[in-house]
Write a protein that binds this ligand. Structure first.
Ligand SMILES: Cc1cc2nc3c(=O)[nH]c(=O)nc-3n(C[C@H](O)[C@H](O)[C@H](O)COP(=O)(O)OP(=O)(O)OC[C@H]3O[C@@H](n4cnc5c(N)ncnc54)[C@H](O)[C@@H]3O)c2cc1C
Length: 408
């Protein structure tokens, strides 16, 4: 046991010398399909997760605190905007590298991956893709190096699955817009320096803008009482006559295309990330099955336990193949939103089911924080819901294959 020396002055969390015995699982030699750059990125993030995340994550999740001291480390390992060009503070890598990094982070914890997803895909990406050159230069380098933390405000208290009907709005006031409304369930909002916010203008058009922490009338109350993503901080965004300079409006996008293209980017990363959580649960269950003796033999020798393990690695392998193909398509700009929906939906449910089975395999120990499975299981309940719920992604696939809209 040793004191957390994170330089934040917060010594309430004691860092446990918790051993991370995770081993690599690649049943179909999918590594052969990755480049050296992908493998280097993966190994660097895996080492960082073993050193910085595993020893502390159970304690932070237990206390429902966010390990904000990790933000800088996430920046240093290139987890913020891996596929955004390096000159704008990103990693300058391809979409596959981005995915591999998200997978390794979520192997540690879905909340840690969420921090990185929001910063890179939901904050840096829209500023890079839709921002002016001035906005890019002003915000992106600081977001890339972790000096600024960002959040993404789309969901509202009354508009979750159908954000198109949002009521947060702006009114023209000369060189600024006056912003009113509220956003709900916003990852990182209580600690964010800036928020990318989507609001309706007087013509009814949805516009994106960068709201800065010190703008008058802007507040970010924390949402407490979460049983899931406990090591990730979540809050609201409240706007009371906030004067947002027109220079902060993203000039190059109008309508739902803006937020939806960010969500596609993030959902793609989640489809990778969920495999990381599944791998960690499988890894823990496999090891436990070889070490836990009942009836005079390792439980892994019983057919029922082997069935669970065999099915887990089968499902993980299918998900790895699905995501590898999606990554290949994304690298050439051909991954469709519906393909991304299918992968997000499939891989997250796959991970959740594996977490539940792995929990059973650990018996009573499976409900404790001695093992990572229950934390992953609770986290994955959120991952199943955010960035489009499990049901909404099914409707997207349904609409894509039939051409008929079943949303309304
Ligand atoms: C921890 C956490 C972090 C989050 N972070 C962010 C963030 O950073 N930024 C952000 O903008 N949002 C964020 N979200 C919000 C998230 O994206 C929403 O919770 C999600 O989109 C679902 O919206 P809702 O919770 O309002 O559920 P609802 O939309 O009310 O859905 C409730 C249920 O109804 C179902 N349903 C809805 N419509 C239909 C339909 N047409 N047909 C069939 N079933 C339907 C849904 O599938 C769901 O099961 C976060 C959420 C959580 C929990």
């Amino acid at each position: 046991m040793y004191t957390n020396n994170n330089g934040t002055g917060d010594h309430t969390i004691v860092k446990r010398a918790k051993e991370d015995r995770y081993q690599h699982h690649d049943y179909y030699n999918i590594d052969e399909l990755l480049t050296e750059e992908h493998l280097l990125a993966r190994d660097a993030v895996r080492t960082w997760v073993k050193q910085e995340v595993t020893p502390i994550i159970e304690e932070y999740a237990d206390k429902a605190q966010c390990p904000t001291h990790l933000f800088k480390g996430l920046a240093d390992i290139g987890a913020f905007g891996p596929s955004i060009p390096a000159e704008y503070g990103g990693g300058g890598m391809d979409e596959m590298a981005y995915g591999v990094i998200m997978q390794e982070l979520e192997r540690g914890d879905s909340g840690i991956r969420s921090m990185a997803s929001v910063q890179g895909s939901l904050v840096m990406y829209p500023i890079y893709r839709f921002g002016s050159e001035e906005q890019r230069r002003k915000y992106l380098p600081k977001l890339g190096n972790g000096e600024f933390i960002g959040c993404f405000g789309l969901t509202e208290p009354d508009y979750g699955s159908n954000p198109t009907d949002m009521i947060t709005n702006v009114k023209d006031d000369g060189d600024a817009y006056i912003l009113n409304g509220a956003k709900m369930w916003i990852t990182n909002s209580p600690v964010a320096d800036i928020a990318v916010v989507w609001a309706r203008d007087e013509q009814g058009i949805i516009r994106g803008m960068v709201v800065e922490r010190d703008m008058k009338g802007f507040s970010t109350p924390e949402i407490k009482g979460k049983w899931s993503l406990r090591a990730s901080i979540t809050g609201e965004l409240v706007f009371e006559d906030v004067r947002v300079p027109k220079a902060n409006v993203l000039p190059n996008v109008q309508g739902m295309k803006g937020p939806l293209s960010c969500l596609n980017k993030a959902r793609y990363g989640i489809a990778w990330g969920a495999i990381g959580a599944a791998l960690d649960c499988y890894d823990s269950a496999l090891r436990y099955s070889l070490e836990r003796i009942q009836f005079g033999r390792p439980i892994g020798q019983f057919q029922l336990q082997q069935k669970k393990l065999a099915e887990m690695i089968t499902e993980i392998t299918k998900a790895q193949l699905l995501i590898w193909r999606l990554g290949s398509l994304a690298n050439v700009g051909k991954a469709t939103p519906a393909q991304i929906s299918m992968a997000k939906r499939n891989n997250v449910m796959m991970a959740l089911e594996i977490a539940r089975e792995a929990r059973q395999m650990h018996g009573g120990m499976g409900i404790t924080n001695e093992y990572p499975v229950f934390r992953h299981m609770m986290n994955l309940e959120t991952v199943l819901t955010y960035e489009g719920t499990h049901d909404i992604h099914l409707l997207i696939t349904g609409m894509d294959i039939t051409g008929l809209n079943a949303f309304k």
